[in-house]
Design a protein around this ligand. Structure first.
Ligand SMILES: Nc1ncnc2c1ncn2[C@@H]1O[C@H](COP(=O)(O)OP(=O)(O)OP(=O)(O)O)[C@@H](O)[C@H]1O
Ligand SMILES: [Mg+2]
Length: 339
């Protein structure tokens, strides 16, 4: 769907499982929180694949496990109460879950960079914003100090920070929330990551800036073949940016496929409900539906398919047996007893 270019990444011809252009391969990832109230089964065996230059949109209602999944990929979960109870996360031939903190820190902010909703968690209050971006450039792109500072200011301009040169010496607390968000985005994009993880990065931004950020990410992909994991509740954003979509519900990926397939031929009743609950230009407003009920408590989730209490197509089997992941078509997967 999108153009490919050559990236100076390490040789990838010997990657695991023969997918030689796969940047990220997640298998059976399970994450639980051990709390006083009980065990929260937040992520229950997810599989993800993202290839070079591909954007995977991860979508689902609040509490479905999107952020927990993203944090576990880069070892940023609070452990305890969290624990990764199973699975593997292969990035360029290495299982990230087996890396030491030190090795993981080298990869984070370098080959893998992240943009989260709350910029204060990733900005250091003690350094000026340009210094933080420049530091990334020195470490990960081996730039000299002057060159790094120049590039940092350029990136601040690119993400639309007005008066970037003058403001470059200011500290994070001197920036508004939206501007801090842009600093974080500038910092994440500046080191030309092989994988960018973006967790609802544009929610706090106004619509024009949102569009600019999506464009920036698109540019990064085109230029450097960056793989992107883009988390959102917004199907309109998915339509804009994603090549593939994974729909998450209560800890499971219930459907995955390319963006056209998911929009035009959704299979899982949850995906169908999600799509019909958003306004579309080709549908009358009276057709808008809201999914009944809410996401279950993950300490005592429903048996069988976790969606069955809310499902319009529920059958006997659904409350007893967890549906397997079945392939409907090439690279279109669904977890539902209807198929
Ligand atoms: N520190 C924690 N302790 C206990 N449970 C947690 C913790 N962090 C997250 N959870 C639980 O894990 C589940 C998944 O949460 P997560 O934040 O991944 O949802 P999400 O899909 O990112 O939602 P949103 O769209 O609101 O960001 C939820 O049930 C949440 O309550
Ligand atoms: Mg979240």
């Amino acid at each position: 769907m999108k153009s490919k270019s050559t990236r100076n990444s390490p040789d990838s011809s010997t990657r695991e499982n023969g997918q030689n252009n796969s940047v990220l391969t997640v298998r059976g990832l399970r994450v639980y929180f051990f709390t006083e109230e009980g065990v929260v089964k937040a992520v229950e065996g997810i599989d993800l694949d993202i290839k070079k230059g591909e954007t995977l949109g991860l979508i689902g209602e609040s509490g479905s496990g999107k952020t927990v999944s993203a944090l576990s990929l880069v070892q940023l979960l609070p452990i305890p109460p969290a624990k990764i109870v199973g699975g593997s996360v292969f990035f360029e031939n290495t299982d990230l879950l087996t890396l030491s903190d030190k090795k993981m820190r080298e990869i984070r902010g370098g080959k893998i960079s992240m943009i989260f909703q709350d910029p204060m968690t990733s900005l250091n209050p003690l350094y000026s914003v340009a210094d933080q971006i420049a530091e990334n450039l020195r470490v990960h792109r081996k730039m000299l100090p002057d060159e790094a500072t120049k590039e940092a200011i350029r990136m601040m301009n690119v993400v639309g920070i007005p008066d970037a040169e003058r403001r470059s010496i200011e500290y994070p607390h001197q920036f508004s929330g939206g501007m801090r968000q842009r600093v974080m985005i500038a910092s994440a994009l500046s080191c030309l990551p092989a994988l960018l993880i973006a967790d609802e990065p544009t929610t706090a931004l106004d619509v024009t800036i949102q569009a600019q950020v999506l464009e920036l990410i698109e540019e990064l992909k085109q230029k450097y073949d960056t793989a992107v994991l883009y988390i959102t509740h917004n199907f309109a954003v998915v339509a804009e940016i994603a090549d593939r979509v994974a729909v998450m519900y209560a800890g499971y990926i219930v459907e995955e496929g390319d963006v056209y397939t998911i929009f035009e031929n959704p299979k899982h009743p949850y995906t169908i409900d999600l799509l019909s609950s958003i306004p579309r230009v080709d549908k009358k407003l009276s057709h808008l539906e809201v999914i009944r009920g809410s996401i279950p408590n993950l300490i005592t989730p429903p048996e069988g398919c976790r969606f069955h209490p809310r499902c319009k197509k529920v059958m006997d089997k659904c409350s007893k047996v967890v549906p397997e992941r079945v392939e409907i078509n090439e690279r279109h997967f669904v977890r539902c007893h209807l198929y």
